[in-house]
Design a binder for this molecule. Structure first.
Ligand code: ADP
Ligand code: MG
Length: 365
């Protein structure tokens, strides 16, 4: 009998023990090099377990620095520790309107609220009355919250949440997460001091830190000896160059592992990595570029590759090209957005009046 084609294609040399450990949605049990950030969040939320008022936090850092993973980990632990605490995680790419977020929260609080056919203010009223009746202590996470900032929707939502937080002091926690470092400067001071009382900063990972993260993950993902000894170093080096992004590092390992498996080699080699880098960079790039406005895309397109330019020259070049006048302030905010997405590097130079000049270079092909 002829053998089944699926059986035939199944690997002879096992590479993976469990490749799911390398999937983006996997939340690891241990997060090396994030102890201080974890402690900050624990300290801020701890009061909730004692019926006291928490400190609402704003988590800031570039993509791939572990913000989502650390926040989810801390909240899972909190739920385990206190049977009253329950959290709701919302990614603002998916839920990007005041209406959508308010109805999600009221549903979470146990008040069935349809997404359609109900006015936003009514959804808010339902939320408030549901909050009075809930038997648990809700904690709401708004991830990628900078996605809400366009338009007046966001500031309205923040006022809604401010009222919740002020009325329900000890019974409601909020964690905001953003890639955009200028996020908190866009909040007005009352909203900021209440909804983003403390800021927890996530720095990009250094090459040795990325190595530790990969080693830890690889232990569960790969069979023993499946990684050639330089492989982790090469993956860590690549991700460090691209802005210290752990997501890139992990995805490179996953793809290189699959490639090795397909080619039926017994080890994942640095050479496999080299062949997947371009693919990983390109998918990351597509994803990030879809987050950009037309103006931001236009700015990105005039940054020369293989060269450094000063932010001043770039501003001139952009102003010339663009038909609408641009203030320096919004130019700077566009630059920091591109930087926060790891699309460019923009370092301050010594010279230049008030240290405002930045050396800009492209990080993507
Ligand atoms: P961010 O939300 O800052 O963009 P994530 O939390 O999504 O970053 O992290 C990106 C990927 O890297 C995820 O797969 C996450 O599990 C992993 N990761 C990030 N930091 C660590 C760490 N300190 N230890 C282990 N894995 C990490
Ligand atoms: Mg995230």
């Amino acid at each position: 009998m002829a053998s089944n084609i699926f059986a035939k294609s199944s690997k002879e040399k096992a590479i993976f023990k469990d490749e799911r450990v390398l999937y983006p949605e996997f939340v690891p049990e241990r997060l090396p090099h994030r102890d201080a950030e974890t402690d900050n969040l624990v300290f801020a939320l701890k009061p909730l377990t004692e019926g006291k008022k928490p400190q609402n936090s704003l988590v800031l850092g570039k993509s791939g620095t572990g913000k989502t993973a650390v926040v989810k980990y801390v909240l899972k632990e909190l739920e385990e520790f206190s049977d009253r605490a329950k959290y709701l995680y919302l990614n603002c790419f998916e839920f990007n309107t005041r209406h959508g977020i308010l109805t999600e929260i009221s549903n979470f609080l146990g008040e069935p609220t349809p997404r359609r056919g109900i006015a936003t203010d009514e959804a808010y009223t339902k939320l408030l009355s549901a909050l009075k009746r809930t038997s648990f202590t809700p904690i709401v996470v708004l991830d990628e919250v900078d996605q809400l900032m366009s338009g007046g929707e966001a500031s309205k939502l923040f006022y809604d949440l401010l009222r919740v937080v002020e009325f329900e002091k000890a019974r409601f926690g909020l964690v905001l997460i953003s890639n955009d470092f200028s996020f908190s400067s866009k909040l007005d001071s009352r909203v900021k001091s209440s909804l983003a009382h403390q800021t927890v900063l996530f720095e990009p990972y250094s090459p040795p830190q990325l190595k530790d993260i990969l080693k830890e993950r690889a232990q569960y993902a790969f069979v023993e000896g499946a990684l050639e000894k330089e492989t982790i170093n090469v993956a860590a080096g690549h991700a460090a160059k691209l802005g210290g992004d752990a997501r890139i590092a992990i995805e490179c390992l996953l793809r290189a592992g699959r490639l090795a498996e397909r080619e039926n080699t017994s080890q994942v080699l640095p050479e496999h990595l080299q062949r997947v880098f371009a693919e990983v960079d390109a998918t990351g790039l597509e994803k990030y570029i879809s987050f950009l406005s037309e103006h931001e895309k236009a700015l990105l397109s005039i940054i020369p590759s293989n060269a450094e330019t000063s932010s001043g020259e770039l501003f001139k070049a952009y102003s010339k090209k663009s038909d609408k006048p641009l203030t320096e302030r919004s130019f700077r905010s566009m630059l920091s957005k591109l930087e926060s997405l790891n699309l460019i590097r923009a370092q301050f130079t010594e010279k230049g009046e008030r240290g405002r000049t930045r050396k800009v270079s492209l990080l993507v092909p």
